[in-house]
Write a protein that binds this ligand. Structure first.
Ligand SMILES: *Cc1c(COP(=O)(O)O)cnc(C)c1O
Length: 223
């Protein structure tokens, strides 16, 4: 199967998963994760109609997307990987949505660059639902307070929450926790679910699923 065929299949499965739990058709948005794939792999997916893409590294996105954006109108780019404060300016310049705000220093750096550049990407807070040492994201017990401080201290409107469940664990409880925190924080967007578990995430309220390998194929190097 080609990437456009796999894209169509994923969109079909998303619509089916929405229907299965009584959600409106189109209630979930597909972020096609193109990390590690080059412009020649991405172009056919754009040609098939996909406009929303996710990248996990600022430098990689900078190398690929200005060219692709110049070719096609309406591309929306999402940063789904960890952000360092020294990359905040480039991230604000490049991305329409940033899913990985997870600490004060990043919130402050983003606020500063957003003011400087007069551009306001939509922001989500990443929550480390599995409390994994090696994973980015804020402790779930601090997530609601952090969303509030982003607003009150940094003037940032946080629109949603994002999580990546631990490998090898049942993802459902992590998605349910994120949805509960989202209700408490009053943030409507929920970025959760990847190639192997996006239907579970849709069942638990995802508004954005981030699907890479099920569309583009296996990645030849880790990212
Ligand atoms: C790579 C990545 C994805 C996509 O993963 P697949 O299993 O290839 O669908 C989703 N979210 C994040 C944060 C990623 O880094």
């Amino acid at each position: 199967m080609s990437a456009p065929d796999r894209l169509a299949e994923i969109l079909h499965r998303m619509r089916r998963a929405e229907k299965a739990v009584g959600r409106a058709e189109g209630a979930t948005t597909l972020v096609a994760v193109s990390k590690t794939f080059g412009v020649d792999d991405i172009r056919p997916v754009i040609a098939a109609g996909q406009r929303i893409f996710g990248e996990n590294r600022v430098q990689e996105a900078k190398a690929k997307w200005p060219e692709l954006r110049a070719e096609t109108a309406g591309i929306e780019l999402h940063l789904i990987g960890p952000l360092q404060s020294n990359k905040a300016r480039e991230a604000v310049e490049l991305f329409d949505v940033i899913h990985t705000v997870d600490r004060e220093k990043i919130a402050a750096a983003l606020a500063e660059e957003m003011a400087r550049l007069g551009k306001r990407p939509r922001l989500l807070v990443q929550v480390n639902t599995g409390l994994e040492d090696q994973k980015a994201g804020i402790d779930p017990r601090q997530a609601v307070g952090f969303v509030e401080r982003c607003r009150s201290v940094h003037g940032l409107a946080i629109e949603g929450l994002m999580c990546i469940p631990p490998v090898g664990e049942e993802p459902g409880p992590h998605f349910a926790l994120l949805a509960k925190l989202g209700r408490e924080a009053g943030t409507p967007m929920l970025s959760m679910g990847m190639s192997s578990d996006f239907e579970t995430a849709i069942g638990l309220g995802a508004t954005h699923v981030r699907v890479g390998s099920a569309i583009f194929g296996g990645r030849s190097y880790p990212a």
